[in-house]
Design a protein. Structure first.
Length: 215
């Protein structure tokens, strides 16, 4: 059984998807938020999961904030730290400490569209496929080794909201899968930065958007 600590800043819908997945090898030890009013905190409390608020504004700089986070996380003997809509950039000290046991979900097909406003930028570029990525976190923002991705079509009449909703549905599917692999001891990051998933099935088929028409 692996001890998992989830960090959130807001809604926590990915956190909820992880709780709903009821992973047999994971014990959600705590949910920590940097925002006291994050709606996800209440969701966790209703499920009797320990919650903690560590407001970043109470600390003079990122290093001090991250040190407080580390102290809290280590207090739960975390095997895995899961960033789920956690909107703070972490220091190199933090990412190095949890190397190979720190996951993030990002709402784009990385390495495209790291950073913010991913759906708006995808729509502006006119891409036909967009999606989401679970990756190990390294010192380079949104560039860590990729674990799993899901692609969705971008529709002609999409708005940022409709596209975000389609991507979010897939986030809720791939994040529990990645955490499940980790907690089963099947997902790891090697010293040379390669992701290994033992006994992963082979993907097949292609997502083509707009779809091909039969002649
Ligand atoms: C998600 O798209 C997540 O990838 C991003 O913030 C959005 C909301 O996440 N970082 P959640 O509902 O708080 O999990």
């Amino acid at each position: 059984m692996k001890s998992v600590v989830i960090l959130i800043s807001g809604h926590g819908s990915n956190m909820q998807a992880l709780l709903d997945a009821d992973l047999p090898d994971a014990r959600i030890a705590a949910v920590i938020s940097n925002q006291a009013d994050a709606p996800g905190l209440e969701v966790a409390q209703r499920r009797a999961i320990s919650t903690r608020v560590i407001p970043h504004r109470n600390y003079p700089d990122r290093t001090a904030f991250d040190a407080a986070l580390i102290e809290a996380i280590d207090g739960y003997c975390a095997d895995l730290v899961v960033l789920a809509g956690f909107m703070r950039i972490l220091t190199p000290e933090f990412t190095a400490r949890y190397r190979g046991r720190l996951l993030n979900i990002h709402p784009s097909l990385l390495p495209a569209y790291g950073g913010l406003n991913t759906h708006e930028r995808a729509l502006a570029d006119g891409v036909k496929l967009h999606g989401c990525t679970v990756h190990f976190v390294t010192g380079e923002l949104d560039h860590g080794p990729i674990v799993i991705q899901a692609a969705v079509p971008v529709l002609a009449d999409d708005t940022q909201e409709t596209l975000a909703a389609r991507v979010l549905c897939e986030e809720h599917r791939i994040y529990p899968q990645a955490v499940r692999w980790f907690c089963e001891g099947r997902l790891s990051l090697s010293a040379d930065g390669k992701v290994r998933i033992d006994h992963a099935q082979r993907a097949d088929g292609a997502l083509i958007a707009p779809p091909l028409e039969s002649p």
